[in-house]
Design a protein around this ligand. Structure first.
Ligand code: SF4
Length: 191
C-alpha cells in the first residue's frame, strides 16, 4: 500500500487511539519489512557473539551484537533447537540489563528506621555483611538435632540468588552457603 503524507495523517487521525502507528496498522499496512530492514541496518556492521539468556535455567540462546566494544542489540538465536530465536518477555529485555541508565551502580545502605539511603563503598558493605553473617551464624548454629543427628546448620540466614546472576555464580554461591550450614537457599538457576 502506497501512502502520501495526506493519507498518512488522515489514517493516523482516524485511528481513534490517536497514534500514527495505530492508524497505519488499522489500514492494513504491513510494517514488518520496514522494521526488519531498520533492525538489519542497525546491526549491519556489528560483531555478533553467541550467548545465553542469564535469567533462568531454560538457557535460551541469544546473539549479542556489539559495535566499538559496546552492546547495541541482543536477540534470540534462531539456530537454537530449543528456543528457535524466541525469548520470553524477560529474556527479550536482556539488553536493558546491560545498557540501562536507571541501573544502580553504587552500594546503597539504609539504617533501620531511616528514610534516606546512604552511599557506601563496596569494601565497607562487604565487611558489614561478613560481620553480620558471622555473628548470626555463631548465635544460631545447631550442631546436632534433638534426636542427636549431626546437622551442622543454621536456619537464621536465608540466601537469595537472582537469576540475573549467572548460573556459574549461583553454583559457587550455593556451595559457599551450604559450606556455612545455611539450608534456606533459593535462586532461579535450578542447579
Ligand atoms: S528467562 Fe525467558 S528467555 Fe531467558 S532463558 Fe528463561 S525462558 Fe529463556
Amino acid at each position: 500500500m502506497n501512502l502520501n503524507r495526506r493519507d498518512f495523517l488522515r489514517l493516523s487521525a482516524g485511528a481513534g487511539s490517536g497514534t500514527a502507528l495505530g492508524g497505519l496498522l488499522s489500514a492494513g499496512v504491513n510494517l514488518a519489512p520496514s522494521l526488519a530492514a531498520a533492525q538489519e541496518l542497525r546491526i549491519k556492521d556489528a560483531k555478533t557473539t553467541p550467548s545465553i539468556c542469564p535469567y533462568c535455567s531454560v538457557g535460551c540462546a541469544t546473539l549479542v551484537h556489539t559495535s566499538n566494544g559496546k552492546i547495541i542489540n541482543i536477540e534470540g538465536d534462531a539456530r537454537s533447537p530449543h528456543n528457535e530465536g524466541c525469548l520470553c518477555p524477560k529474556g527479550a529485555a536482556i539488553f536493558q540489563l546491560h545498557v540501562n541508565p536507571n541501573r544502580p551502580t553504587q552500594v546503597l545502605h539504609r539504617d533501620p528506621g531511616a528514610t534516606d539511603w546512604e552511599v557506601w563503598d563496596l569494601d565497607r558493605a562487604m565487611t558489614r555483611v561478613a560481620q553480620l553473617v558471622k555473628q548470626t551464624r555463631d548465635e544460631t548454629f545447631i550442631e546436632k538435632a534433638e534426636n542427636g543427628k549431626l546437622v551442622n546448620m543454621t536456619s537464621a540466614i536465608f540466601a537469595l540468588g537472582g537469576a540475573t546472576l549467572e548460573i556459574e555464580f549461583n553454583h559457587i554461591h550455593q556451595k559457599l552457603m551450604r559450606g556455612m550450614g545455611i539450608v534456606a537457599i533459593e535462586n532461579q538457576a535450578r542447579i
